[in-house]
Design a protein around this ligand. Structure first.
Ligand code: SF4
Length: 305
């Protein structure tokens, strides 16, 4: 499997079958907090980055696992995939499993992107800054992206989209976790009118060391200022109920290739016992296929490219 991974337990979506349509770190942004490192390609060009037929084949082969969601996300910005709308329609014709799209929302000002997303049941866009200056600092967008245009795209999407919109806001200490920046974000959210607002912070090794986490009690205080009141996103559920039989080594690599994971993340993500995860990670580390880094009190595992 090159383009489909999981199902993995998601903090928000239960068991989620991930679909990755974009080569690693090809994005419209280069966020300072990105868990995938610095963007290799910052672009606005939409393209069939991976072969449509191969993606569809992998999805057909994994549908029997009955995930709670099929989630278009992965290693870059999924709305850069030029056949996204066609793919969503195709998946819809194959299954009644709800379809979610995780996106940075930066291309919603394009009418064709808003139209393509209509086949999704749930769209989770992000908005990490409430003004153009902070947008430039946190998201480091492509030079042709304009903050007001991006926010207006989200407002227009709300007007046309009948499904659920959960707006994710990732707060970074010393940058956006202060009353002035929160006030600007609150005003943007009032215009966008999402069904839910979800507050997140830096929980995995970021692209830049200056991107620090906001304490949970502070997130909870800020959450009260949004309408609807924001949810503070928790950790993934712990479970050892493995849902698919597959090659665990490949599954571990598939998981940590897309995001750095702690030992517990790997165990939870694959539904295996933590000791089994240790055994496989030790072998992968000895083979130099995996390396680790310590952030705060946590050890994160990453795949070597
Ligand atoms: S966090 Fe998301 S939007 Fe930001 S650079 Fe990484 S992949 Fe792109």
């Amino acid at each position: 499997m090159r383009y489909v991974y999981g199902p993995v337990p998601s903090r928000r979506l239960g068991w989620s079958l991930g679909v990755d349509l974009i080569p690693a770190k090809t994005c419209t942004f280069n966020c300072i907090y990105c868990q995938l490192g610095k963007s290799r390609t910052v672009t606005l060009e939409r393209s069939e980055y991976v072969p449509f037929d191969a993606v569809e084949k992998e999805i057909r082969e994994t549908l029997a696992c009955r995930p709670d969601y099929i989630t278009i996300s992965g290693s870059g910005e999924p709305t850069l995939y030029s056949r996204l709308g066609e793919l969503l329609e195709r998946i819809r014709s194959l299954t009644d499993v709800p379809l979610a799209v995780l996106t940075n929302g930066s291309l919603f000002w394009r009418e064709e992107v808003r139209a393509e997303l209509k086949a999704a049941s749930l769209v989770i866009p992000s908005l990490d800054a409430g003004n153009a200056d902070m947008f430039a600092v946190i998201n480091r967008p492509h030079g042709d992206l304009d903050f007001d245009q991006v926010v207006q795209g989200l407002v227009d999407f709300r007007e046309s989209f009948a499904g659920q919109i959960w707006l994710e806001i990732l707060l970074v200490a010393s940058f956006t976790a202060n009353p002035k920046e929160i006030g600007d974000l609150v005003r943007c959210v009032e215009r966008i009118r999402p069904d839910r607002v979800q507050l997140n912070t830096v929980t995995r090794p970021p692209a830049e060391e200056c991107a620090l986490a906001v304490p949970t009690d502070e997130l909870r205080e800020y959450a009260q200022l949004f309408r609807p009141v924001a949810e503070v996103i928790g950790e993934a559920p712990s479970t050892h109920a493995r849902r698919r039989c597959a090659d665990i080594t490949q599954d571990i690599l598939g998981l940590i290739r897309r995001r750095p994971c702690t030992l517990q993340d790997v165990a939870n993500g694959l539904g295996i016992h933590v000791l089994e995860a240790v055994k496989h990670l030790e072998i992968l580390t000895a083979d130099a296929r995996v390396h680790s880094t310590v952030i705060g009190s946590k050890v994160f595992y990453m795949a070597r490219s």
